[in-house]
Write a new protein. Structure first.
Length: 288
């Protein structure tokens, strides 16, 4: 009566905007998936094999597609479908998931930006256009796949399996200008700092260990100036607190000693030894 569907996405390559690519891949996989046909007669349930009956598609009512927008200079510039390099320098991102009926399924904003209402409305209008185009492409791809399968052919990923290829992408060749590459490389080398001298003589610290070269100084854990000031202040406060605690302990100790000095020594009756109370010795007064 109930089918449990699990969808796993494995990333083979990432060149930016992975949320949109994953949403398209996930919804296409669910639309392309076929479950075994089932018949129920009373309490008897029969699950048919693909040879007995053709598998049945899932009941998918709508296709939510994600569209990402990258913002630069606190929302001054807007970019759709950012690449990996563009994501490194963007201030924030807005992701809107919508179906072809212009129904917003989810919306997520992240980054150090604050968007106004007009910006969100503009992004939603762009999302509606992009979702309509992507949904049409998905439907055409699914129709072509179904048509080729009925004719007994192979389509999509199944076509790349005999060639032992994971992906079957095609990219048009583009000309690259390499005329000034050597000059630019020389400029970079001349302006760069010279490499540090490396000692190739092994250094023996202890028997059984050796080191070649001193390596580079590790700056991990170094504090900035503001952090150093805060650390000095905290250290001063800790020292003052420790001094106050020590002073209080000293006063408490001296008070206890004075109290004990005035009180007589009491010994229990069970002891048979003679009790002796020692009084402080009074020094004779000096007279002139």
């Amino acid at each position: 009566q109930v089918w449990q569907i699990r969808l796993d996405l494995h990333l083979l390559n990432h060149d930016g905007n992975i949320i949109d690519a994953a949403s398209i891949a996930g919804i296409v996989a669910l639309c392309h998936f076929r479950r075994p046909d089932v018949s129920v007669q009373g309490e008897e349930v029969t699950v048919y094999t693909p040879e007995e009956r053709d598998p049945v598609p899932l009941s998918i009512h709508h296709m939510p597609i994600c569209v990402s927008f990258a913002f630069f200079q606190q929302g001054t510039y807007l970019l759709v479908d950012p690449s990996e390099r563009e994501e490194r320098v963007m201030d924030g991102v807005l992701v809107i998931a919508m179906n072809k009926h212009h129904e917003i399924c989810t919306m997520q904003s992240s980054g150090g930006i604050m968007l106004v209402k007009d910006q969100v409305l503009r992004c939603s209008k762009i999302t509606a256009v992009k979702v309509a185009e992507i949904t049409e492409l998905i439907q055409k791809a699914l129709e072509n796949d179904q048509k080729v399968r009925k004719e007994g052919g192979k389509f999509g990923f199944a076509e790349s399996i005999p060639n032992q290829k994971i992906t079957a992408f095609k990219m048009e060749s583009a000309a690259v200008d390499t005329n000034n590459v050597e000059e630019q490389a020389e400029e970079i080398i001349t302006t760069a700092e010279p490499p540090s001298e490396v000692s190739t003589t092994p250094i023996l610290h202890t028997p059984g260990t050796a080191q070649i070269g001193e390596g580079i100084e590790n700056s991990w854990g170094d504090l900035e100036e503001s952090d150093r000031e805060e650390a000095v202040e905290e250290e001063g406060e800790n020292e003052a607190t420790a001094f106050e605690c020590q002073k209080m302990e000293t006063e408490d100790t001296s008070t206890m000693m004075e109290t004990k000095r005035d009180e007589p020594i009491v010994v229990s009756d069970s002891e048979e030894e003679e009790v002796i109370i020692l009084e402080p010795q009074k020094l004779p007064r000096k007279t002139r």
